[in-house]
Ligand binder design. Structure first.
Ligand SMILES: Nc1ncnc2c1ncn2[C@@H]1O[C@H](COP(=O)(O)OP(=O)(O)OP(=O)(O)O)[C@@H](O)[C@H]1O
Length: 550
């Protein structure tokens, strides 16, 4: 039996008044509880109450028949449990309540009755367990209750389900040998037992057999489940470092850790990297980098939409974040991209408490996580983020993505010409980079597209002149919203991040740009060891540096 059964057994032995088992897998929870019951006392009963079936015995095989009371009212159900336990105080029955999270949320009478009953049962052999889909236990009950989470099934558990399904499905042809079955079970990680069984069954019905095609069905099912969870989605991994212009320091950092999640790295004694924070000017390639990491490291990429975490019902947001974390851990090793993490603090219209709790849950998890989930947090607005957010221990490194330098602009323009099947050699990219000072990657890409539209409308191929015009037509954000960039650079000046690029021309002809000239104050306390692969450490801020933009 999994660790949860052991944990529950321990709490029962310690006579904890109320155990709240958090899961959406009620059937699996009941099976685990029945194992616990049988092992403690085979003659005890497992009595389950829910709003539709009322009292039933779930003990397998049935533990000696005893008439059970009949009531669909939750308050009366609690009274009846009290009577049953009082009648035979030595019986070690387990009473399981379903649907109570609905009642305790809205009825103070139920909260009171449940608390009293839980405290009284401590003096009998019986125990009380609530199965709930959320871990929000009312304040009044928190002192008496322990919350136990039922993790999603592991690969061996899913494998057992798969084997059982194949054995029980008459006439199913299966070309799945040992490695195939293991692969399929592995692919189903992140699904509940019921969801996995459904996906396996779907593959059998659709293909008439269980073979390699099943893998695809299972992955599709998993994507659907992840999407339904509200805030998490699988992101296709298509980008490679070749799609990213500039940002060489950041790319080097990532390439150095390319095999960080391999078994060899663990054997070598390396800890798995925890995560990266990418802070910076909008449009400089933070999202692009997050996507590229999945491609470079060949790991699945999950994107967490922080805005979508916030639900309107009490406790819903916390529940969603918990579920998202749980899903990411089951899919691990993976990259979890937390897009615009600062939104967690600025969730408009919500009471500060909810967003603080959601943000706190993410941060605590990042600090304590042991599963190989590499977090990439991207943020534009650092003003809302408390400084401790980006502390080491959570992130291995914090990178700042500044306006691209001239050389980087050359690379970015070349990337986008190549992407659109044009040879950069056929263009004067030097000139284009020179005239696009202050442009970010997104604006350069847009200018390339804009130029191509103009040429296309005139039925000819795109030329340097079209690109020049497109660039001159564009007013980059760095010019229209200087203060946004000033603000971010002021933050960088406080030495909280590494420049993502080490371009020697960081101070290009415009005389702007912080980059390498910053004194990064490498010895500040609490910083821990620095990366050897990080170039440019400790260079001095030049006289008269003012980050002036043109
Ligand atoms: N360094 C770069 N190299 C190549 N393309 C880039 C680069 N930076 C940005 N781009 C292009 O601009 C698009 C938008 O950039 P991206 O979304 O990654 O920026 P961002 O920093 O995440 O912006 P935001 O903060 O506004 O979300 C990318 O999909 C890519 O096509």
């Amino acid at each position: 039996m999994a660790g949860v059964g052991d944990e529950i057994r321990l709490y029962l032995r310690a006579r904890v008044a109320l155990i709240v088992l958090v899961t959406i897998e009620e059937q699996r929870a009941i099976e685990i509880l029945d194992d616990v019951r049988r092992e403690r006392d085979p003659s005890a009963d497992l009595v389950v109450w829910d709003i539709a079936e009322h009292f039933t015995s779930a003990a397998r095989p049935p533990a000696g028949h005893r008439p059970l009371p009949e009531t669909g009212d939750p308050g009366t159900a609690l009274d009846k449990i009290k009577e049953l336990a009082a009648k035979s105080p030595d019986r070690r029955d387990l009473y399981v309540l379903k649907d109570f999270h609905e009642f305790w949320a809205r009825d103070p009478r139920i909260r009171r009755k449940l608390k009293t009953l839980a405290q009284q049962l401590v003096y009998t052999g019986a125990s009380l367990i609530v199965i709930a889909p959320t871990r929000t236990v009312p304040v009044e009950l928190r002192n008496d209750a322990v919350v136990v989470e039922l993790p999603l099934p592991t690969a061996p558990q899913l494998r057992a389900e798969l084997d059982a399904l194949i054995d029980s499905t008459a006439g199913v042809r299966t070309q799945l040998g040992e490695p195939g079955r293991a692969k399929l079970a592995q692919a189903a990680l992140g699904l509940t037992v019921a969801q996995a069984k459904r996906a396996f069954a779907k593959a059998i019905v659709r293909d008439g057999a269980l073979d390699d095609r099943g893998l695809d069905t299972v992955l599709q099912e998993k994507k659907a489940v992840v999407r339904e969870s509200g805030a998490l989605e699988f992101h296709p991994v298509e980008e490679s470092p070749d799609d990213v212009g500039g940002l060489d320091a950041l790319k080097r950092w990532l390439t150095l850790r390319e095999r960080a999640f391999s078994a060899e790295a663990t054997t070598y004694g390396l800890p798995a990297p925890k995560g990266l924070a990418l802070i910076g000017i909008p449009g400089t390639g933070k999202s692009l980098t997050a996507k590229m990491i999945g491609g470079l490291w060949r790991l699945p990429l999950l994107r967490l939409d922080v805005g979508a975490l916030f639900g309107s019902l009490v406790g819903e947001s916390e529940e969603r974040v918990r579920l998202a974390i749980q899903l990411a851990e089951t899919v691990a090793p993976c990259v979890l991209w937390i897009d615009e993490i600062e939104k967690a603090l600025a969730a408009g219209g919500l009471d500060g408490g909810t967003s603080q709790r959601v943000f706190g849950t993410i941060l605590t998890w990042m600090q304590e996580k042991t599963a190989p989930v590499f977090v990439v947090a991207t943020a534009n607005d650092v003003a809302a983020m408390p400084p401790e957010t980006l502390r080491r221990g959570r992130f291995d490194e914090v990178f700042f993505l500044d306006l691209p330098t001239e050389r980087e602009r050359r690379e970015i323009i070349a990337v986008h010409l190549r992407k659109r099947r044009r040879d950069p050699e056929a263009f004067d990219v030097h000139h284009l980079a020179q005239i696009s000072d202050g442009f970010v990657g997104a604006e350069l890409e847009q200018s390339v597209i804009d130029a191509m539209y103009h040429a296309f409308a005139e039925d000819r191929d795109v030329r340097t002149a079209d690109l020049t015009e497109a660039l001159l037509r564009t007013v980059p954000l760095s010019r229209s919203q200087r203060e946004v960039i000033e603000h971010l650079r002021a933050w960088l000046r406080q030495g909280r991040a590494q420049p993502a690029s080490t371009a020697p021309d960081r101070r290009d002809q415009s005389g702007r740009g912080p980059g390498l000239e910053l004194d990064l104050d490498l010895d500040r306390p609490g910083d821990g060891p620095r990366d050897l692969d990080r170039p440019g450490d400790g260079l001095r801020e030049p006289d008269g540096w003012g980050g002036e933009l043109h």
